[in-house]
Design a protein around this ligand. Structure first.
Ligand SMILES: [Cu+2]
Length: 164
């Protein structure tokens, strides 16, 4: 709990900068924001990435991701099985419903970058190609960060709720 509160404070402190840094792009009716991946130690194996996709058009689907720095990039969903969190590959892609916004972190999805060829340093960026079923392909610059903004944002939002 204490860690989450601290993260919320850290997020609030850097809010004006974080917004500008977050990986953003748009493709047709899709608006992508908050694209980031976790910074790695000097000898990395794999890392996770997250993003938010708002779909103002018809139903679509995130089918695949590819990052030059990774040997393999996959879509995962975390589910609980017998009390244990396991990651399931999403071979059918991740659905993006018409008129809805998918916050991958909150919905239990993530991108997984496996077989990293080099470390990802905090504060840098890496290009990731996203392939959608209907909208096609786009390359988005993901922010490499040590701190997970998803947890921080959840804290910031509950703080906002209190002001309503
Ligand atoms: Cu995974």
């Amino acid at each position: 709990m204490r860690i989450i509160r601290f993260a919320a404070l850290a997020f609030a402190a850097c809010l004006p900068f974080c917004t500008a840094l977050a990986g953003e792009a748009s493709l047709g009716d899709l608006s992508i924001s908050g694209a980031w991946a976790r910074a790695t130690p000097p000898w990395p194996v794999a890392t996770l990435g997250f993003l938010t996709i708002a779909n103002a058009g018809d139903d679509d689907r995130l089918m695949a991701v590819a990052a030059p720095v990774a040997g393999q990039s996959v879509l995962h969903r975390v589910v609980l099985e017998n009390g244990q969190a396991i990651m399931l590959p999403q071979q059918e892609g991740i659905p993006l419903s018409s008129g809805e916004t998918l916050d991958m972190a909150r919905a239990g999805f993530h991108l997984m970058f496996i077989g990293l060829k080099e470390p990802l340093d905090d504060g840098t960026k890496m290009p990731v190609e996203l392939t959608f079923e209907k909208a096609g392909k786009i390359t988005v610059e993901f922010d490499i960060r040590k701190t997970p903004p998803a947890i921080a944002a959840a804290g910031a939002e509950s703080a906002q709720d209190k002001t309503k």
